[in-house]
Design a protein around this ligand. Structure first.
Ligand SMILES: Nc1nc2c(ncn2[C@@H]2O[C@H](COP(=O)(O)OP(=O)(O)OP(=O)(O)O)[C@@H](O)[C@H]2O)c(=O)[nH]1
Length: 229
C-alpha cells in the first residue's frame, strides 16, 4: 500500500468556518477527505498518537494543545488516494471553550483516548461521550476507544477487561497501544488504517481549492444508513 507522509498543519478558522493550512502544502483539488476527531483528558497522549500516525514518529516534546491542531496524511486504499485529517483537540477545559463547536462540524469518526496508567482519564470517558451527544454527533458515526501508554507496563491502572466491558457497552472497538513504542500491542498505524478502511465506504467531505489557497470543507449529503460493524 503506497502511503505518503505529510507534515503537521496548524488549523486556523475564519468566520466563514473555513480551515486554512499554514504550510501552503495543499492537496490536489477534489481529494476525498475524512475528518476524525481525537478527544480525551489532557495528557493522555492525543498529540503523540496523531503525530505518530501523520509524521511516523514520537514527537521530541509536546505542550498542552491550545484549541485544536490538525494533522493529515494521504493514504492509498484499494487504489484510491484519500486524506485522513486528524483533529487533535485540547484536553484542558480552559483551552477548549472557544473552539469546541468547530471540532464537531462535519465529523466522520471519533477516537476516544484514555491513559492506561491513569484511572481518572478512563473515568472521564462518559463525559466525553456526553459532549459528543450534546454536539448532536450522529449515532452512525464510527467511534473507537484507544487506551494509550501500554508501554508503561508496571504503571497500568486500567485493566483490559474493564476497558473491554466499557467498549462493549458503548458498541466501540477497543485498542490498547503506545504512541511511544510502535511495537507494543495494537499499532497506532493499524488502528487508524482500520478506521480509514471503514470510512472509505462512507460519503466523504469533498475538497475544493479556491485561488486564495484557502481550503473549504463542504459536506456531501449523508447516506441514509451506515453500517459500522
Ligand atoms: N510512555 C509513554 N508516554 C506517552 C505516550 N504518549 C504520550 N506520552 C507522553 O504523555 C504526555 C502527554 O502527551 P500529549 O500527546 O501531549 O497529551 P495530550 O492528550 O495531547 O494532552 P493535551 O494537549 O493537554 O490535551 C507527554 O509527556 C508524552 O511524551 C506513550 O504512548 N507512552
Amino acid at each position: 500500500m503506497a502511503e505518503e507522509m505529510e507534515s503537521s498543519l496548524e488549523a486556523s478558522f475564519s468566520s466563514s468556518g473555513a480551515v486554512s493550512g499554514a504550510s501552503g502544502f495543499l492537496p490536489p483539488a477534489r481529494s476525498r477527505i475524512f475528518k476524525i476527531i481525537v478527544i480525551g483528558d489532557s495528557n493522555v497522549g492525543k498529540t503523540c498518537l496523531t503525530y505518530r500516525f501523520c509524521a511516523g514518529r514520537f514527537p521530541d516534546r509536546t505542550e498542552a494543545t491550545i484549541g485544536v491542531d490538525f494533522r493529515e496524511r494521504a493514504v492509498e486504499i484499494d487504489g484510491e488516494r484519500i486524506k485522513i485529517q486528524l483533529w487533535d483537540t485540547a484536553g484542558q477545559e480552559r483551552f477548549r471553550k472557544s473552539m469546541v463547536q468547530h471540532y464537531y462540524r462535519n465529523v466522520h469518526a471519533v477516537v476516544f483516548v484514555y491513559d492506561m496508567t491513569n484511572m481518572a482519564s478512563f473515568h472521564s470517558l462518559p463525559s466525553w461521550i456526553e459532549e459528543c451527544k450534546q454536539h448532536l454527533l450522529a449515532n452512525d458515526i464510527p467511534r473507537i476507544l484507544v487506551g494509550n501508554k501500554c508501554d508503561l507496563r508496571s504503571a497500568i491502572q486500567v485493566p483490559t477487561d474493564l476497558a473491554q466491558k466499557f467498549a462493549d457497552t458503548h458498541s466501540m472497538p477497543l485498542f490498547e497501544t503506545s504512541a511511544k513504542n510502535p511495537n507494543d500491542n495494537d499499532h497506532v498505524e493499524a488502528i487508524f488504517m482500520t478506521l480509514a478502511h471503514k470510512l472509505k465506504s462512507h460519503k466523504p467531505l469533498m475538497l475544493s481549492q479556491p485561488p486564495d489557497n484557502e481550503i473549504i470543507l463542504k459536506p456531501e449529503p449523508k447516506p441514509a444508513t451506515t453500517c459500522w460493524c
